[in-house]
Design a protein around this ligand. Structure first.
Ligand SMILES: Nc1ncnc2c1ncn2[C@@H]1O[C@H](COP(=O)(O)OP(=O)(O)OC[C@H]2O[C@@H]([n+]3cccc(C(=O)O)c3)[C@H](O)[C@@H]2O)[C@@H](O)[C@H]1O
Ligand SMILES: Nc1ncnc2c1ncn2[C@@H]1O[C@H](COP(=O)(O)OP(=O)(O)OP(=O)(O)O)[C@@H](O)[C@H]1O
Ligand SMILES: [Mg+2]
Length: 277
């Protein structure tokens, strides 16, 4: 390993048609196994949901895919809704546009609270989740999650918001790989190359909030998790500063709870040992 240099090309030079075939097989298998009629996807106008939707339409046929466009009319840029609408129409999937503003407002009115922007942003993600599951229940569909491997590994999602899903079709791909797959699938460049944003508050941009570019995050994750390098070796091989590798590791550790089932006490330790004799 000593002296080896790692660049982004090592992660992104892939046979994207091969990947598309493997992921469509995965989607068909999960849906068949669940006995579901199809899938529902929240479509934001960003690259992750566009790629997930395009794969689902290819795997199942557009008639078995429901796309929900769930803007918050006070926060979501109009361009995102237009991009999302063009995409769903070009794929020919069934779709609905539902403004979540009244839903979010009713939570604020009912609680009488004025949450900080992160708490309010997470509420928006959870309002979307509740609507996606309403349609999944009503129509016998699975909720297709849109999380990519970068977001999952650093915990960059809302717990039980966009993180609450039935399966994760692009969960094995880093963000930089998702962009390449999106282009391969014919997703317009305006979406495939759009700067990532959860749009949880006005002007919210992922790379600004994270303090790192996805190219750097992905290179760090690849070195640490795929190659299993330590921080020193990874810094040497990638040319990334040590602090950035530490930061990625810290984000991973701090979000461990989001990738696990909620811990419950062990019945042996906390119940059965208290049996009355
Ligand atoms: N150790 C622990 N064990 C068990 N549970 C723990 C815990 N630490 C916190 N928690 C729980 O987790 C909560 C915090 O997690 P959470 O509610 O998710 O909130 P949090 O991680 O603070 O915020 C969500 C982050 O994800 C980003 N995001 C959200 C949605 C979409 C996208 C995107 O890329 O599109 C990104 C968003 O910008 C923000 O940075 C705490 O309030 C607590 O309830
Ligand atoms: N306005 C919206 N309408 C419908 N679903 C949404 C909306 N905003 C967010 N979501 C859902 O939440 C998911 C998480 O958002 P996220 O920003 O990570 O994905 P993205 O916008 O598809 O891609 P990117 O991460 O590059 O911005 C989306 O993929 C989508 O499923
Ligand atoms: Mg987004």
């Amino acid at each position: 390993m000593a002296g080896r240099k790692i660049g982004l090309g090592e992660l992104t030079s892939l046979d994207y048609e091969g990947i598309a075939r493997a992921l469509t097989n995965f989607i068909r298998g999960v849906v068949r196994e669940a006995g579901a009629r199809g899938v529902v996807v929240g479509v934001s106008g960003g690259v992750d949901s566009a790629t997930t939707l395009a794969l689902a339409a290819r795997a199942l046929g557009p008639e078995r895919v429901l796309a929900l466009l769930l803007p918050d009319s006070e926060v979501t840029p109009r361009g995102d809704v237009e991009d999302a609408r063009e995409l769903v129409e070009s794929l020919g999937v069934r779709y609905k546009v539902i403004d979540i503003r009244p839903v979010v407002r009713s939570f604020l009115e009912a609680t009488g609270e004025k949450p900080d922007r992160r708490s309010l942003g997470n509420l928006r993600a959870r309002a979307r989740m509740a609507i996606l599951y309403l349609y999944a229940n009503m129509q016998g569909l699975l909720v297709a999650g849109t999380g990519d491997r970068s977001e999952i590994l650093i915990g960059y999602f809302t717990k039980y918001g966009d993180g609450a899903v039935d399966f994760l079709p692009i969960g094995s791909l880093y963000k930089t790989q998702v962009r390449r797959l999106a282009l391969h699938l014919g997703v317009p460049e305006s979406i495939a190359l759009k700067p990532s944003s959860p749009r949880l508050w006005p002007g919210h941009l992922a790379e600004e909030e994270l303090g790192m570019k996805y190219e750097e995050i992905d290179l760090a994750l690849y070195a640490l998790f795929d190659l299993g390098l330590g921080v020193e070796e990874a810094a040497e091989a990638t040319g990334l500063p040590r602090e950035k590798l530490e930061k990625v590791l810290d984000m991973h550790r701090a979000s461990e709870h989001k990738r696990r089932l909620p811990p419950a006490p062990d019945p042996g330790d906390t119940v059965w040992r208290f049996r009355r004799r």
